[in-house]
Each structure stands twice: as structure tokens, then as C-alpha cells.
Design a protein around this ligand. Structure first.
Ligand code: PEP
Length: 254
């Protein structure tokens, strides 16, 4: 049985005051999360604040990116060891904004996944097609290419150390969610592709959906057999919305 994960990607949002308010709201409203996992990924600067507020709570925390390098003359970069130093469990790799705005290609994303995994972080690997690619009917080949790059780098067992997030780019931050059927189709494709190499890894691996997930659509998405939680952008910045999605994750497991 896979344990769903609800992970908040705060992107470049927040201030010390808003982080305090958001995390206090989450902590005071969080109910039974015994059947799921919950995490938030703040901007780097707010990770120490998250650590001090969340230690001992059911909410884990992580980074939104990491360097492929261990230390040294890499201005502006953050190493895996630094994330671990501040108690991070997770790190997002290959988010579509990193791919499209910062030129991260499949090979770089695969190296980041490998570095995260080797250091003991759990990478959340984002995969997904653009609207143009969906309309051209190449969704599966795009997702397969992104996935295969990571399998080539770390092996299929190495992939099993992380989490996958299927995030159709056209659904991110647009308010336009994939239907549960559209999402399930791609999730099943991803799982089958992994199963062709290792059935056990495929059955154990969590595949999250990301793209305008809200409390109102989370339950229907997570009811699908291959959707094991969500990577949440906008709704993770509003405590009640994030908590509503956590509730849906908890209820999705009988
Ligand atoms: C994301 O950025 O990972 C995301 C899913 O954003 P949103 O929920 O706002 O679509």
C-alpha cells in the first residue's frame, strides 16, 4: 500500500511574517494524517524557520532545487548537504519552471536526482508535457524521455528512492486542472513503464499529481488508482486549502 504524499511548493513566495502565519495555520488545523505524509518546500531562506516551527510535527520540509556540486566556487548555489543540515527530507527536481526558465535539461535534472538520492534526500522528480506537446499527441513520449533520463542515471532501483510528480505544464498555476481520467492515464503510463523494468519499484513508487490541485478537486484525483497525492503550488500558500488537500489524501486511503 502506497502512502500518499501532499507536498507544498511555495515557489518564490513568502516573508518571515507570512511563513509564520502560514505554518501556524497549518499546524493548528492539521488533523489526522496517519495514513499520508505532508511536506512543505519553502524558499531556501525560510527553511530554518520551517525547521524550527515544524520539528516534532507531522509536517516534513524540503528544498525546491539543489546544486549538482558538493561545495566550493558555485556562487548562488545550495548543496544537498546544506539542505540536510537544516533537516530537509525532500527536494524538488526538474520542476517545469526550472526546466523552461532556467534551462535545466533532462541530463541536468537526472544529475540533480542522483546527487539528492546519494546524499539521502528524497527527490521529487517533476515530469510533464506542455500544452503544445499535448495537442501534438506526444505527451507519453515527452514524459518517457524525462523519466528515462533519470533511470539511465540512477537505475530503476535508484528511481525508487524518490517520488514522481506528474505535472502537466498547461495545468500549473493556470486554474486548469487535468481531469482525473487524463491524469490517471499518464500516471498509469508512467507506472507501467517503470514496471517493465522492475514491478516492485513500480508498485511501491508514489506518483503525485500537480497542476491546480485544490480542496475541491483533490478527492476525485486521488481516488484514481495511480494518483498517490499531490504537489501543490498556489493552494499550498493558503493554510485552509492546503489542509483540505491533506484531508483528501488521508481520506483517499481506506
Ligand atoms: C507547481 O508549481 O508544482 C504546481 C502544481 O502549481 P499549482 O498548484 O499552482 O498549479
Amino acid at each position: 500500500m502506497r502512502r500518499p504524499l501532499v507536498a507544498g511548493n511555495w515557489k518564490m513566495n513568502g516573508s518571515r511574517a507570512s511563513v509564520q502565519t502560514l505554518l501556524s495555520g497549518i499546524l493548528s488545523g492539521i488533523e489526522d494524517v496517519s495514513r499520508c505524509e505532508v511536506a512543505v518546500c519553502p524558499p531556501f531562506l525560510y527553511i530554518p524557520q520551517a525547521q524550527s516551527m515544524l520539528t516534532g510535527s507531522p509536517v516534513a520540509w524540503g528544498g525546491q532545487n539543489l546544486s549538482t556540486e558538493a561545495a566550493g566556487a558555485f556562487t548562488g548555489e545550495i548543496a544537498a548537504s546544506m539542505l540536510l543540515d537544516f533537516g530537509c527530507t525532500y527536494v524538488i527536481v526538474g520542476h517545469s519552471e526550472r526546466r523552461s526558465l532556467y534551462g535545466e535539461d533532462d541530463a541536468l535534472v537526472a544529475r540533480k536526482f542522483a546527487v539528492a538520492r546519494d546524499s539521502g534526500l528524497k527527490p521529487i522528480l517533476c515530469l510533464g508535457e506542455t500544452l503544445e506537446e499535448r495537442e501534438q499527441g506526444v505527451t507519453e513520449s515527452v514524459v518517457a524521455r524525462q523519466l528515462d533520463a533519470v533511470i539511465e542515471a540512477v537505475g530503476v532501483e535508484g528511481l525508487g528512492a524518490g517520488v514522481i510528480a506528474y505535472e502537466p505544464v498547461w495545468a500549473i498555476g493556470t486554474g486548469r486542472t487535468a481531469t482525473p481520467e487524463q491524469a490517471q492515464e499518464v500516471h498509469a503510463f508512467i507506472r507501467e513503464r517503470i514496471a517493465a523494468q522492475n514491478e516492485q519499484v513500480a508498485q511501491d513508487l508514489r506518483i503525485l499529481y500537480g497542476g491546480s490541485m485544490k480542496p475541491g478537486n483533490a478527492g476525485d484525483l486521488m481516488a484514481k488508482p495511480d494518483i498517490d497525492g499531490g504537489l501543490i503550488g498556489g493552494a499550498s500558500l493558503v493554510a485552509d486549502d492546503f489542509l483540505g488537500i491533506c484531508r483528501a489524501a488521508q481520506e483517499s486511503v481506506a
